[in-house]
Design a protein around this ligand. Structure first.
Ligand SMILES: O=c1ccn([C@@H]2O[C@H](COP(=O)(O)OP(=O)(O)O[C@H]3O[C@H](CO)[C@@H](O)[C@H](O)[C@H]3O)[C@@H](O)[C@H]2O)c(=O)[nH]1
Ligand SMILES: O=P(O)(O)OC[C@H]1O[C@](O)(CO)[C@@H](O)[C@@H]1O
Length: 849
């Protein structure tokens, strides 16, 4: 998601963000688009238009691969979506607050592709993605939102996982828990990984080890429960609302197009034929990167120990330099080559990378390794094969001493060029070495073990030759075409398991004729003579349609009668009131009336009647909304939609307050229904509770919302704690405290106020940037979700009495600034009693006139 992704001359190792994932996703996208049955692959990443990065990262679209000749596929593309400040590179640790904006931008792209594919091949009905695949924690979270909004199966690949990284950094004891979180935003990242697990139908892992030892650390994945649920499903026994994502091992492939036949031929181990005894006298032309490396060495003929990685602390290069520096026999026998990305000036690099490089340089000086270690400043992507070749030619070894390596693309690259390996025993290398049998595993914290293993391979010619041969023989196991075939068959299973409900984009006919209304569902008619044409909300779509058509013919036969189409699809903008205005007892405050009036007045004065539609989004049930609006003389007919129970239901006042049954089906995925009741009642309190402390709030419960009433003063668990407990049981829900923390709404995972609004925005064809949210300064525990995104926000100061946010997260969890943009041009404030005038000026400042 962070950007710096392109198809050619990838800048791998440019910083700690540009690593294996970049190469993996580009190669996967190309390989998938070349696989039969795949129509199009879009790789979505952040757009960066900044002088500090190459202009190519600002191009909105890049074609990655052309469709194969004669196929009806249309290839693969990189699509760059802006989010966060456009002219700045944002490192992955600081991207979190911008995720909702990326989601909205991505939805706009997907809707436009879905529409145009629909026009081309599906009689105008949109064609939605077959699968949405999130790579790494950040894009995992994005994919979870997109898949939820579109009800499309989601797949996840972790690449590298927060819990492991956290554990290893703690074990190293170099920095404190607090500093780890400050530097890596690790708690926020872990929550994103948990959320991705909640939503994912399937997780693609690279090794078995990744499932057991890496994903096994997460609340949302339990291997035993996963097996149990699989067996129950197979036997047709109910899983009691519990879900586990399916884990599959599909190792990544290798791009063999750069591997030459010579790479598998016996190396002579001799550079003398190329360079004479004097290293400045190169006899034959050699790849430029070889000269670049050899200029560091006093004796370039020695075997080369090669390490190649991002300049990231996790890669543990300093332990390698210490191991080399302190082992005299190794220093005598071999040279060390460190390829740690590219740099011009260390001072100008991101702090995380410059610290690593400075430490390495200090150690080289400390052990006086001059003439024995090479650390070139630059290398091109196209030169990487030559780097491996050089090491193989000198009968050297590749080493990856990372504290933890989820998979390790460099290890399969090394094997493909005939280079034996020494690798960390923490992570995927365990499986790689098992599959290739081409090297040794070491404890990355054990310096002695590292030098021993290197010495063993460099000194033992027989072992070296055996490992090289084995690597070359087995490397075909890492193949992209094979990966894609396997992948697609698993995705097909996901599609079969996933309930589909196809999201339709509303079409609004220009003319009012029986024909133009034939395929239209979401409209009602206003008659000039006999009032509105009303329809029974209970009617199914087909019957409504027939009645509408009949009404039109009737109208046409009546003299002097005309009708106007009433449909939210006609709106140019949406104004959403989501003010959680409760008093200390959790009752809705009467000021909601004033807020709504001001908003409507400002809208009318700004754009004129009819152009702006209104939506009310609340944690209350429909009945509560109706009661309070009636009491305060608010006309619900002014609204195009009422989003109730924290986003689990949508009602349409212009259709006799009919509930949107499609939305209910749309969000029902993974909803545990009845099974959630007893569990949540048992879990909610932190202390033993009296009988009437926690009760079911029956009048607000619905098929998709389990509402619980909490007596004031009763100590309940925070959202993060409760969610963790549910996850550990395989129950995937969204939980929201509302009504000043006197109510808990348990709703489907993909239902929320923000997702309901995204749903309406897609259906009505009004993109989120044309939406204005009216919020208080605080609110229900889903308040933060309403702040980020492409929409504009107007925060009304002082309108909210009591909020629920104290029950959102515990102190040890991530901070609000890791979730919500601190300064956003999309958020403005209106002072208490500012009224419609001040709202109007704020709208004007947003360019809404
Ligand atoms: O200076 C450098 C540094 C790296 N690379 C390349 O970058 C990639 C690095 O990938 P990898 O060794 O797999 O490490 P990470 O960058 O850490 O990638 C993450 O994502 C990979 C793909 O899922 C996993 O294999 C890793 O374990 C995981 O940490 C390889 O292709 C390298 O050849 C360069 O070209 N130049
Ligand atoms: O933050 P970690 O765990 O080091 O993650 C490494 C991963 O992050 C990236 O650098 C950025 O997404 C990837 O290229 C790599 O796969």
């Amino acid at each position: 998601m962070h950007g710096l992704v392109r198809g050619e001359n990838m800048e791998l190792g440019r910083d700690s963000d540009t690593g294996g994932q970049v190469k993996y996703v580009v190669e996967l996208a190309r390989a998938l688009a070349n696989t039969e049955g795949v129509h199009r692959v879009d790789l979505l990443t952040r757009q960066i238009s900044s002088p500090e990065v190459d202009y190519s990262y600002g191009e909105p679209v890049e074609m990655l691969s052309c469709p194969p000749e004669g196929s009806d596929s249309c290839g693969s593309y990189i699509i760059r979506i802006p989010c966060g400040s456009r002219d700045k590179y944002i490192p992955k640790e600081s991207l979190w607050p911008h995720i909702p904006e990326f989601v909205d931008g991505a939805l706009n792209h997907i809707v436009s592709i879905a529409r145009s594919l629909g026009e081309q091949v599906n009689g105008g009905k949109p064609i939605w993605p077959y699968v949405i695949h999130g790579h790494y924690a950040d894009a995992g979270e994005v994919a979870a939102h997109l898949a939820g909004a579109l009800n499309v199966p989601m797949v996840l690949t972790g690449h590298s996982l927060g819990r492991n990284k956290f554990e290893q950094l703690l074990q190293q004891g170099r920095i404190t828990r607090e500093d780890i979180d400050r530097t890596y935003k690790i708690m926020r990242r872990i929550e994103a990984e948990e959320q991705s697990l909640d939503a994912a139908e399937m997780v693609v892992t690279s090794t078995r080890q990744e499932i057991d030892a890496q994903w096994g650390l997460y609340d949302g994945f339990d291997i035993k429960l996963e097996r149990k649920l699989r067996v129950r499903r197979r036997r047709g026994v109910s899983c009691l609302g519990r879900y586990m994502p399916r884990m599959v091992v599909i190792p990544p492939g290798m791009d063999f197009s750069y591997v030459l036949t010579q790479d598998s031929q016996e190396p002579d181990g001799d550079l003398k034929s190329l360079i004479g005894p004097d290293r400045n006298q190169i006899k034959k032309p050699v790849p430029p990167i070889w000269s670049e490396i050899m200029r560091f060495f006093s004796n370039p003929h020695k075997p080369t120990i090669l390490a190649l990685s991002r300049p990231d602390h996790k890669k543990n290069v300093t332990t390698l330099v210490k191991a080399f520096g302190e082992c005299q026999p190794l220093r005598e026998l071999a040279n060390l080559v460190l390829i740690l990305g590219n740099r011009d000036d260390i001072e100008e690099m991101p702090n995380s990378s410059s610290v690593v490089l400075m430490n390495v340089l200090k150690l080289i000086d400390q052990y006086d390794l001059y003439g024995q270690v090479a650390y070139p400043k630059h290398h091109k992507q196209s030169e990487v094969p030559d780097i491996y070749r050089l090491a193989a030619k000198t009968k050297g070894v590749f080493i990856n001493p990372a504290l933890v390596e989820p998979f390790g693309l460099t290890l399969i690259e090394a094997a493909a060029y005939g280079l034996p390996i020494v690798a960390t025993r923490n992570g995927g290398p365990v499986d790689i070495v098992k599959a290739l049998n081409n090297g040794l595993l070491v404890d990355p914290h054990d310096q002695q073990a590292i030098s021993d293993a290197l010495l063993k391979l460099v000194a033992n010619k027989h072992l070296w030759a055996e490992c090289r041969k084995n690597g070359l023989k087995n490397i075909h196991r890492f193949s992209w075409p094979e990966h894609c075939r396997n992948y697609l068959s698993h995705v097909e299973h996901c599609r079969n398991r996933h309930p589909t409900s196809s999201l339709d984009i509303m079409k609004v006919p220009e003319e009012l004729t029986s024909d133009s209304l034939r395929d239209v569902d979401d409209i009602s008619l206003r008659f000039s003579t006999e009032g509105d044409f009303t329809l029974n909300g209970e009617l199914d779509a087909g019957t409504r349609q027939k009645k509408l058509v009949d009404a039109i013919s009737q109208m046409n036969s009546m003299k002097g009668c005309s009708a106007a189409i009433y449909s939210p699809g006609r709106r140019q903008m949406l104004f959403v009131v989501a003010v959680d205005s409760y008093d200390d007892n959790g009752n809705i405050k009467a000021n909601l009336n004033e807020i709504i009036k001001n908003m409507i007045k400002a809208a009318d004065l700004t754009s004129g009647k009819g152009k702006i539609g209104f939506v009310l989004a609340s944690g209350s049930s429909l009945q509560e909304v109706v009661d309070i609006t009636q009491k305060n003389l608010i006309n619900l007919e002014d609204f195009d939609a009422i989003v109730c129970n924290s986003g689990s239901e949508i009602y349409y006042p212009w259709r006799d307050m009919m509930v949107d049954a499609d939305y209910e089906t749309h969000v029902e995925y993974k909803w545990p229904g009845e099974s959630i009741r007893s569990v949540i009642l048992r879990l909610i309190c932190t202390e033993p509770a009296a009988e009437d402390d926690i009760t079911e709030y029956a009048s607000s419960c619905s098929t998709r919302c389990y509402a619980i009433s909490v007596k004031q003063g009763v100590k309940t668990r925070r959202v993060d704690d409760l969610r963790q407990r549910l996850r550990m049981r395989g129950l995937r829900c969204n939980i929201v405290y509302t009504h000043a923390a006197t109510r808990l709404n348990v709703i489907p995972l993909c239902a929320s106020r923000i997702q309901a609004l995204r749903y309406l925005s897609i259906r009505w064809g009004i993109d989120m940037s044309k939406t204005v949210f009216f919020l208080g300064e605080k609110g229900d525990t889903d308040y933060e979700d309403l702040l980020g995104g492409l929409h504009k926000t107007i925060i009304l100061k002082g309108v909210v009495g009591s909020d629920s946010e104290k029950l959102l997260r515990s102190e040890e969890n991530f901070k609000r600034e890791d979730a919500v943009p601190q300064e956003s041009p999309n958020i403005s404030y209106v002072k208490e009693n500012g009224g419609s005038q001040e709202i109007m000026s704020t709208l004007e400042a947003y360019g809404i006139k």
